[in-house]
Design a protein around this ligand. Structure first.
Ligand SMILES: Cc1cc2nc3c(=O)[nH]c(=O)nc-3n(C[C@H](O)[C@H](O)[C@H](O)COP(=O)(O)OP(=O)(O)OC[C@H]3O[C@@H](n4cnc5c(N)ncnc54)[C@H](O)[C@@H]3O)c2cc1C
Length: 417
């Protein structure tokens, strides 16, 4: 039987950061990844030759704490600041563009809602976001759409405290070659066992046992980085079973949905459209477009919440047709042909992920720290969902992985002393 001091389960951002930390500390470890690749929810595909597209994580956020940012800079990767291209978002409703001062009006409404959410947080009222915001405003549907895009669940499904605990910074950066590509580089020197799904964790003995698709492994400590989507399906068995407090935390932090779509066109039609625009036609609610990122002829759409769930269930063709219909409503039926290249993400159906990222149920914001708590200083939990302030992000996942690696190492040192 293979033995190791620390077994890391999952080679996404958290697992890779944990492994890199253990390498630094000179600690023996095994990194086990169920799928055929590293990176998890950071994954880049080619939309067309030399046009990378991130199916999952795209923005490098929180520059003051993001451990991937110095890494990307040192690697000489081209980074693109979102704000540099941004002029003013424009809105198209039913048959026409709204005047440009609509942007100002929406921004003011947006700020007022966040003031109301901050007040609710200060009053320790962990209700749903829907319960706090002004849903009668003509801008409410836009707020609902952008919130779901950011938090992957709709306003009625999301906790106010959780949303307000999230620490935001300005200056998000996109990596020209893709954030998935960055994670591949970040993990390039980390030994990993791919196609190694962990099926069972047995903590009944003095050592921990892992049953994997490549055979049994014995470890002193485990760092578990799989998503709450995977944990919630109970596809990894535990003996003895996980305690109720841990199961409650898992179920309180469900995965939401986020579909990312790219449509590329041969004709230069997109060049006539604004950099950022939102279309609200046919009673479907607003859909937001980023136009020609990195000056390539494609539009990017990111949809969250129930609409994203609907897109994934409806399939790629229905999703593309839906988005084309929106684009055609503003540019005339003939102007937009079929796309020459397209990509539609599908995270809910990914067997090893099961959704986009975690979003606390109303009343459950405190469950992130419970999820992060170890079981008897032997099984450590890491991954985006365990971060109280940086969940839903690659940097949050990395930070949690590094912390878990340190805690597991210290616990081995304590035992040996
Ligand atoms: C559409 C979308 C857009 C996003 N946008 C951004 C963004 O712009 N910026 C940002 O910072 N973040 C973004 N995120 C969030 C970010 O991708 C995640 O928070 C982060 O990548 C999660 O990393 P992780 O290591 O916690 O989990 P994961 O990436 O899920 O890694 C867990 C790994 O465990 C593996 N695994 C699962 N089960 C088993 C098993 N039984 N045995 C062994 N291995 C297993 C999985 O295959 C996976 O590789 C986005 C995510 C999505 C889906």
């Amino acid at each position: 039987m293979t033995s190791t001091q620390i077994a890391i389960v999952g080679a996404g951002a958290a697992g890779l950061a944990a492994a890199r930390e253990l390498q630094q500390l000179g600690q023996d470890f095994l990194l086990l990844e169920a799928s055929h690749r590293i990176g998890g929810r950071a994954y880049t595909e080619q939309l067309a030759a030399d046009v990378p597209f991130d199916l999952g994580a795209h923005w490098l956020m929180a520059p003051s704490v993001n451990p991937l940012l110095p890494y990307a800079r040192n690697a000489g990767l081209t980074l693109d600041a979102a704000d540099e291209h941004f002029t003013v978002a424009q809105y198209f409703e039913e048959c026409d563009w709204l005047p440009t001062d609509a942007y100002q009006e929406f921004s003011e409404y947006w700020d007022r809602q966040f003031d109301a959410l901050a007040k609710a947080k200060n009053e320790l009222s962990d209700t749903s976001v829907f319960d706090v915001i002004d849903n009668d405003s003509r801008w409410a549907s836009y707020f609902h759409m952008f919130f779901a895009q950011d938090f992957t669940r709709d306003v009625d499904q999301a906790s106010v405290m959780d949303a307000m605990n999230y620490v935001r910074e300005e200056n998000d950066l996109a990596v020209a070659s893709g954030l998935g590509d960055l994670l591949l580089r970040y993990g390039a020197n980390v030994p990993v066992s791919l196609n190694s799904a962990v099926r069972k964790i047995d903590s009944s003995g003095s050592d921990l046992g892992l049953e994997t698709s490549k055979g049994p492994i014995r470890a002193e400590r485990i760092i578990l980085t799989v998503s709450t989507g995977v944990l919630a399906t109970r596809q990894i068995k535990f003996a003895p079973a996980l305690p109720d407090w841990k199961l409650d935390a898992i179920d309180s932090l469900p995965m939401g949905s986020c579909t990312r779509v790219a449509l590329m066109f041969d004709a230069p039609i997109l060049r006539e459209l604004p950099d950022e625009f939102t279309i609200d036609t046919a009673g479907d609610g607003p859909i937001h477009f980023r136009n020609r990122p990195f000056a390539d002829d494609y539009v990017e759409v990111a949809v969250g919440g129930r609409m994203a769930e609907w897109m994934e269930k409806s399939g790629e063709k229905a999703t593309i047709d839906f988005i084309l219909e929106k684009l055609r409503s503003i540019s005339g039926q003939k102007a937009i042909s079929e796309p020459s290249h397209s990509i539609v993400s599908a995270w809910d159906g990914d067997a090893w992920i099961k959704g986009a990222y975690s979003c606390a149920r109303p009343g459950a914001a405190d469950q992130r720290s419970v999820l992060a708590r170890s079981i008897d200083d032997r099984i450590y939990f890491a991954g985006e969902a365990t971060s109280s302030n940086y969940f839903a992000s690659v940097h949050g996942a990395c930070i949690s992985g590094t912390e878990a690696a340190r805690a597991a190492t210290q616990s081995i040192t304590r035992k040996e002393a």
